[in-house]
Design a protein around this ligand. Structure first.
Ligand SMILES: [Zn+2]
Ligand SMILES: [Zn+2]
Length: 96
């Protein structure tokens, strides 16, 4: 697994600061998570903020949070890796 390029704080949840228990890939969905992994577009997370909290406390199955996650992933891609067109080609669509 490649290391994340989003934050240098590997051991705390990106969302709430609690000890990290897993990783969230900012871009996800079929075939997409692996690309996000290669690009380092992932953040440390606690289980509650990731997928085990109440729906409004977590990223997954929370439609607006999922959308913002993908938008952030693309924004970081465009600031550190490549252009919007390159993102669109690699991930198949643009969220911005
Ligand atoms: Zn958390
Ligand atoms: Zn996730």
């Amino acid at each position: 697994m490649k290391k994340g390029i989003v934050t240098e704080y590997k051991d705390i949840c990106f969302f709430c600061g609690a000890p990290a228990e897993c990783e969230h890939h900012l871009l996800f969905g079929s075939g997409t998570r692996q690309l996000a992994d290669k690009d380092g577009l992932k953040v440390p997370s606690c289980n509650k903020c990731h997928n085990m909290g109440q729906i409004n406390e977590r990223i997954h199955e929370n439609p607006m949070a999922e959308k913002l996650s993908k938008m952030l992933g693309q924004a970081i891609y465009e600031s550190k890796i490549g252009t919007r067109e390159e993102f669109r080609r690699r991930y198949g669509k643009s969220y911005l």
